[in-house]
Structure formats: structure tokens, C-alpha cells
Design a protein around this ligand. Structure first.
Ligand code: NAP
Ligand code: COA
Length: 272
């Protein structure tokens, strides 16, 4: 894949899956911009992106829950790197919690980051997208279509993200902009995985539940993003592409209940 000279923006691109995506675009010669809340993580990522081969790099620290800060950050990225060929929106927050046990603000926090954050990123980037030709990827999750106990907040937010993908593929498709979602399955060594499968037992159960018999890698997800943003995918828009080793085909499986059982046992041991 050759993205030499192209401008690639990765929001939430300073760790885990999203950083893997940014590094893959950097290795294919793109100009990169990344953002997240921590300036330290941004700076560290920019160094890694240069080492990976990025033509130019810029970064900014902002919170996707703040629409003005997002719009200003994206304006600065445009000033530095020109029109956006690729936009990846992947900032997210997650923690396991039963709905009966979490505060309204806890639920809202995840909706504000994952769903409203996506809205802020889409709207902030809109003026700067290359027309025709820009490709947007929203990073979704299996929770968008598989119910998992302890994840109602994430299920609601990521389902919304996929519906934004589908709707904008129509609204913005007429301007030559493609919009797709990528759904990582369980990805080894990431913060999301650490939060949802904290024990060796959970790690092993998930491996057994995935038809391909292994956890995914950040490179697996990055490969799908490179493909979707390349000319090979120039007629693909409005899709939700799972990169999950066929996890979805088995439904929520054991994992759908595992987190609920774990949280209920914890609540019994430690009643408030
Ligand atoms: P991660 O390393 O925690 O990545 C999240 C990124 O978003 C970080 O760069 C974080 O940086 C940034 N971020 C978080 N809250 C933010 C906010 N309010 N404003 C701006 N930036 C924010 O997690 P990950 O596990 O790699 O997950 C990455 C994406 O993949 C997420 O969209 C997640 O839902 C999705 N996903 C992950 C898995 C998995 O197995 N890990 C599975 C399915 C889907 P700061 O802390 O500096 O803000
Ligand atoms: N269980 C229940 N509620 C929780 C919780 C948990 N494990 N963690 C946080 N909350 C609640 C807080 O109590 C608070 O609610 P309250 O005001 O009613 O007390 C609310 O959620 C917001 O928490 P806060 O810590 O103030 O939010 P934040 O904006 O600083 O951080 C999070 C956002 C909570 C999502 C944090 O985990 C985060 O920054 N995550 C980013 C990384 C990540 O989640 N990566 C995985 C991606 S898949």
C-alpha cells in the first residue's frame, strides 16, 4: 500500500489499536496527524511515527468531548498538512459495569466519548475532507451488535457510531467521501482487552471462543484500514467490517455473560 503524500488524521491515535493504524499509514509514507488528551502520549507517538517513515507529523492534545477544541485541533491539522485523504476516528472509553451499579454520569461518560466524540470529529473534519476521494473510518466494536452484560453503555454508544457511518455514507457519499466502520475483535495487548479480560482465564476462554483460535493483533486491524482507504476499496462505503476472526458468527457466546457473572460476584463479595 502506498499512501505517500496523503494526509492521514487519527483521532485517539496515541495508543493501542489506533496507534497501530497510525504507524501502518506512517510506514506507507503518509503525512500523519494524531490527537488524544495526553500531550505526553501525543509527543511519544509523533517520535514513533517519524521513525516508522511518516513524511510529516503533527499532533495536538484535546478531549473529543469538547466540540470547539476538536474543531480547532482539526483546523490546525489542515493548516499544517492540507486536505484530509483519510480520517480515522477511534477515541473511546470503556469499563465493565452493570447498569444497575453505575451512575448516570458513568453511562453518559462513555456515550459522550464514543458517540458524541465521533459526532464532534465528523463535524470538525467535514470542511477539510478531500472531495472527491476522502475515506473515513470509524472504529467501532462488537458491542455495536452483540449484547455483552456489563457493557450496556458501550453497546449503546458503538451502535450509534455504526449508524453514523451508514448515514454519512449517504449524506457525504454524494460529495465523493467514503465512510466505513472497522470493528476490531479481541485485540492482544491493548487497554480495551486488559479492561474486559483482566484474568488469564478470561484471556484463554476468549481464545477458545474465536473460530480462528487466536486473539487479533493491531496489525490485523491496521491492514483492514489500509485496504479500506486504498483505491482497491474505492466502491466500498457504508460497510461495517469486522476484523474479529469470525467471533461475531458465534454471537455473544460465553463472553456475553462472563463479565456479568464476574461483576455480580464482585458486588456480592463487596456490597456497598
Ligand atoms: P486505548 O489504547 O485506550 O486507545 C484509546 C485512545 O483514545 C487513546 O489514544 C486515548 O488517549 C484516546 N482517548 C480516550 N479518551 C479520549 C478522549 N476523551 N478524547 C480524546 N482522546 C481520547 O484503547 P484500545 O483498546 O486500543 O481501543 C482503541 C479503539 O478500538 C477504541 O475505539 C475501542 O472501542 C476499539 N476496540 C478495541 C478493542 C480491543 O480489543 N482493544 C476491541 C473492539 C474495539 P488519551 O488517554 O491520551 O486520551
Ligand atoms: N465502574 C463504574 N463507574 C465508573 C468506572 C467503573 N469502572 N470508571 C469510571 N466510572 C464513572 C465515575 O465514577 C464517574 O461517574 P460519577 O461522576 O457518577 O462518579 C464517571 O464514570 C466518569 O469517570 P471519570 O473518571 O471522571 O471520567 P474521565 O473522563 O476521567 O475518564 C473513563 C473516562 C472513565 C472512560 C476512563 O476510563 C478513560 O479515560 N478511558 C480511556 C481509555 C479506555 O477506556 N480504553 C479502552 C478503550 S476500549
Amino acid at each position: 500500500m502506498d499512501f505517500a503524500g496523503q494526509t492521514v488524521i487519527v483521532i485517539g491515535g496515541t495508543s493501542g489499536i489506533n496507534r497501530g493504524i497510525a504507524e501502518a499509514f506512517a510506514a506507507s509514507g503518509a503525512k500523519l496527524a494524531v490527537a488524544s488528551r495526553s500531550q505526553e502520549k501525543v509527543d511519544d507517538t509523533l517520535t514513533a511515527l517519524k521513525e516508522a517513515g511518516a513524511a510529516e507529523v503533527v499532533g495536538a492534545a484535546f478531549d473529543v468531548r469538547d466540540p470547539e477544541a476538536v474543531a480547532e485541533g482539526l483546523r490546525q491539522f489542515h493548516e499544517a498538512l492540507g486536505d484530509f485523504d483519510v480520517l480515522v476516528s477511534g477515541a473511546a472509553g470503556n469499563f465493565p459495569a452493570l447498569t444497575s451499579e453505575m451512575s448516570v454520569n458513568a453511562f453518559k461518560t462513555v456515550v459522550d466519548i464514543d458517540l458524541m466524540g465521533t459526532v464532534h470529529v465528523m463535524k470538525g473534519a467535514y470542511p477539510y475532507l478531500k472531495r472527491p476521494g476522502a475515506s473515513i473510518i470509524n472504529i467501532s466494536a462488537p458491542q455495536a451488535f452483540l449484547p455483552y452484560e456489563g457493557q450496556a453503555h458501550v453497546c449503546a454508544a458503538k451502535a450509534g457510531v455504526d449508524q453514523i457511518t451508514r448515514t454519512l455514507s449517504m449524506e457525504w457519499g454524494v460529495e465523493g467521501i467514503r465512510v466505513n466502520s472497522v470493528v476490531p475483535g479481541f485485540i492482544e495487548g491493548t487497554e480495551g482487552a486488559r479492561r474486559l479480560a483482566p484474568t488469564e482465564n478470561a484471556h484463554e476462554e476468549i481464545k477458545q471462543d474465536v473460530p480462528l483460535g487466536r486473539w487479533g493483533t493491531t496489525q490485523d486491524v491496521a491492514n483492514a484500514c489500509l485496504f479500506l482507504c486504498s483505491d482497491w476499496a474505492s466502491y466500498i462505503s457504508g460497510t461495517v467490517l469486522s476484523v474479529d476472526g469470525a467471533l461475531y458468527q458465534r454471537g455473544s457466546g460465553k463472553f456475553g455473560q462472563m463479565m456479568g457473572q464476574m461483576l455480580r460476584a464482585q458486588a456480592k463479595e463487596d456490597p456497598k
